[in-house]
Design a protein around this ligand. Structure first.
Ligand code: SAM
Ligand code: SF4
Length: 377
């Protein structure tokens, strides 16, 4: 089993918070589409014949691709890989791209899961984030997708916005549940270097949200999703039973994946590699039959650290038996020693041979994971 990620690096407007690789000039759009097709062919042996069970169109804004191009790219994948008949095929979509006509075309393609970037159902927050749609469009896009026949819909939400009140956040959650969707990805706003919000912060025009308020929103998110029958299977991901995103879970379960497109990452258990995040140079290299990437070979310790980082994020947590079987008894003991204080303070919960983060632990997961890693002197 393996997954394929396709990165479409274009957006018609750049949001104030986003540091993903993308360009607001669509000049190279057609050349990138050709290069994506060529990279699929060039990289055909990367997954060494594994059955493909997920395909994910991400970006950037892949909902700028026509249904016809999406089908062509999927067919290209079929021409060089064995794809499972039940493969989960997802597309990230911006609400304002989801017209009735486009949705009607999209539902006829093999894409059966939509991840819609609603972010908020409050106009002032959307304006702050620099989104190109308003709250009404966020809401109606999901309704129209349902009417078109999509029954596996996820929405992205951003919380922890500096000026948001608890009332606004409650409103955002109520609107989300009203839409009766299958999956929610809710991310705390991070101010990334090089973004519009980062510049504002540097100029002293932006205060970050106080930690207490931020945690209150996270707690609300956890409690209200639970009450509405969503399972929090990862820090930022919530699903109704049967709708866990297979593609994202594969990342956390250390399953192989191939990333196609500029900036896309690939993983084959023993190494990671990431493509150059430059559209023009990516196109030139691929046209010459070469993929421009940087590779990191993973050693025993980095593989252990990657397992800790990815498993601790999930509801399945760290499996101590797996650590012993895949690494060694020494690593299992090390893991338990590092977790001891966190277990005592209630940030990590030990359930037999499993270590999982508590809600408070999830909120400060980055600092806990940093302590849990194996470091050689
Ligand atoms: C790279 S976007 C691609 C999806 C699509 N282009 C869109 O904007 O709807 C994936 C998601 O990551 C989240 N995201 C990106 N940057 C973020 C940041 N700095 N803080 C919080 N969430 C972020 C947003 O929720 C966004 O929908
Ligand atoms: S959040 Fe989505 S639409 Fe906004 S700039 Fe990033 S990729 Fe583009």
């Amino acid at each position: 089993m393996a997954g394929i990620y396709i990165h479409f690096p274009f957006c018609t407007k750049i949001c104030n918070y986003c540091d993903f690789h993308k360009s607001a000039s669509l000049r190279l759009k057609d050349e990138i589409i050709n290069a994506l097709g060529r990279e699929i062919e060039i990289q055909k042996d990367y997954l060494s014949g594994e059955l493909i069970d997920t395909i994910y169109f991400g970006g950037g804004t892949p909902s700028l691709l026509s249904a016809e191009i999406i089908v062509q790219l999927i067919e290209k994948i079929h021409s060089v890989h064995k794809v499972s008949e039940q493969a989960e095929i997802s597309l990230e979509a911006n609400p304002d791209d989801l017209t009735k006509t486009y949705l009607k075309q999209l539902i006829k393609t093999p894409v059966k899961r939509l991840s819609i970037g609603c972010q908020s159902f409050y106009d002032d927050e959307l304006a702050f984030l620099g989104r190109r749609h308003n709250a009404k469009q966020s809401y109606e896009a999901v309704q129209m997708a349902k009417e078109a026949g999509f029954d596996n819909i996820s929405i992205d939400l951003i919380y922890g916005i500096p000026d948001s009140s608890d009332k606004i956040f409650d409103h955002n959650l109520s609107k989300t549940f009203e839409l009766d969707i299958q999956h929610i990805s809710a991310y705390h706003l991070t101010i990334e270097k090089g973004t519009g919000l980062y510049l504002k912060k540097k100029k002293g025009e932006l205060n970050e949200i106080p930690e207490k308020k931020s945690f209150r929103q996270f707690e609300k998110l956890v409690k209200r999703t639970q009450k509405n029958h969503f399972v929090q299977y990862e820090i930022s991901n919530f699903s109704k039973p049967g709708f866990i995103s297979k593609h994202n879970s594969n990342y956390w379960k250390q399953i192989k994946y191939l990333g196609i497109g500029p900036s896309a990452h690939s993983f084959d258990i023993f190494s990671r590699q990431w493509n150059l995040a430059n559209n023009k140079q990516y196109i030139q290299s691929v046209n010459n039959g070469e993929i421009p990437f940087t590779k990191e070979v993973l050693n025993f310790e980095t593989r252990y650290n990657e397992y800790i980082i990815s498993s601790m994020r999930t509801m399945w947590g760290v499996d101590l038996d797996f650590v012993e079987a895949s690494f060694s008894k020494e690593f299992k003991d090390y893991c338990l020693t590092m977790a001891k204080e966190f277990i005592k303070s209630g940030l990590i919960i030990q359930k037999q041979d499993q270590l999982v983060l508590s809600t408070k632990g999830m909120f400060i997961s980055d600092s806990i994971m940093a302590e849990m890693l194996y470091v050689t002197e």
